[in-house]
Design a protein around this ligand. Structure first.
Ligand code: CP3
Length: 351
């Protein structure tokens, strides 16, 4: 066994992804680098625009490491955004404070034809450099996660030009222009595969595919726009890196979770806040590693309620592979001391 394999196998997060069980689950939090941290806000101000922060290897490395230094999480997640992909493809992307992402919406075949997969290295290379730098600075037992958005979720922003509540514009677009929409999804599968392979080759030890908006789709559309593209994306990555752990997150598509795991071949699945622990234990843990599902609002609340829930999650899920995480991203109002308390509770053998 070579040196690298030895080091990687000693990381608790990676061991759990390989199917091992431990009494103390590894922990990281979605959006762990972000606005609840004063040290993030300082760099964020210096960066000017959000995308400038994503494309500055120095600053992006620094904000990735901040939550690791402060809380000692078991995994770091590359600091970037899922909308780097449309930006690299040539679509205009901006982040407006207090509003969120704004893109030049794609309304027809012509808008789609303006996107160029050959233009992506210019931006992607900067991200790979960030991955390399993070990898070189992480403590030896902390794993590095790369990520991208799932084709469906990224497409919702590309079509609507912004976040919307139920993704009505994109659902309509897909019904009205199935061929154009399929071409967009195909382009995103191809681009995302290249992007994740690039991140893996730069040092990412696992990848997560965020499908934040998969829960708005009817069954047949979920199969077409979430399961199939994710399955293809996983297949393209596995052709080059057969052993890389891949975490899926088809958020709010609870009744399709088992099918999603079986069809796509992901190694682990992230569970949202509303999923029942007993259901997760009975239906998901026998077939895959699970991650989640603490309510980010409970982390803001803290106190005894938080303590009780952490205990409950640990006691129901600890018998099989489980990574402690939130059911969705940490929010800016989260008190710093509650995050410290959470990590303490997770690592306390008596809770
Ligand atoms: O988890 C991490 O610490 C890594 C970084 C990360 C960000 N976005 C940084 C970010 C990750 C993994 C993401 C994923 C992402 N981005 C998703 C999927 C996960 C989810 O939350 O459902 C989505 C849908 C996006 C798109 C996006 N980016 C939106 C809708 C917004 C605006 C809403 C918001 O929270 O402000 C962003 C901006 C964004 N991405 C911020 C951060 C830290 C805040 C921007 C800022 O600091 O000014």
């Amino acid at each position: 066994m070579n040196q690298t394999t030895n080091t990687e196998i000693s990381k608790p997060f990676l061991k759990t992804l390989q199917g091992q069980t431990s009494k103390i689950p590894p922990v990281w939090l979605m959006r762990q680098a972000g606005r609840y941290l004063p040290e993030y806000m300082e760099i964020r101000k210096k960066a000017g625009s959000f995308l400038n922060l994503c494309y500055s290897p120095d600053m992006a490395t620094e904000v990735t490491l901040q939550p690791i230094r402060r809380y000692g999480f078991d995994a770091a997640i590359l600091f970037s955004d899922i909308l780097v992909v449309p930006d690299a493809l040539g679509q205009k992307v901006e982040f407006e404070t207090g509003f969120g992402p704004r893109l030049d919406p794609i309304t027809d075949e012509y808008g789609l034809r303006k996107l160029d997969i050959n233009a992506t290295p210019e931006k992607f290379e900067i991200v790979y450099e960030t991955v390399e730098r993070i990898k070189g600075s992480l403590p030896k037992d902390v794993a590095l996660i790369g990520f991208c958005g799932a084709p469906w979720t990224v497409a919702t922003y590309m079509i609507a030009g912004q976040g919307t509540k139920d993704q009505e514009p994109t659902r309509m677009f897909a019904y009205r222009n199935p061929e154009t929409f399929q071409s967009l999804i195909d382009l995103l599968v191809e681009t995302s595969a290249q992007y994740l392979i690039g991140q893996i080759e730069a040092g990412a030890e696992a990848v997560q595919i965020f499908d934040s908006w998969s829960g708005v789709l009817p069954d047949s559309e979920f199969e077409k726009w979430c399961v199939q593209p994710t399955k293809r994306l996983v297949g393209l990555i596995r052709k080059v890196h057969p052993d890389i752990p891949i975490i899926g997150f088809p958020k709010d598509a609870e009744s399709s979770y088992v099918r999603f795991v079986e069809e796509t071949g992901v190694n682990a699945i992230s569970c949202g806040t509303s999923m029942s622990l007993d259901w997760i234990k009975k239906n998901l843990q026998p077939i895959t590693t699970v991650q989640g599902n603490l309510d980010p609002m409970l982390l803001i609340n803290g106190g005894e309620e938080l303590e009780r829930r952490v205990h409950e999650i640990k006691s129901v899920l600890s018998g099989r592979p489980h990574i402690f995480n939130l059911g969705h991203g940490i929010t800016p109002l989260t008190p710093l001391e509650n995050v410290a308390r959470l990590v303490e509770l997770i690592r306390s053998p008596s809770v």
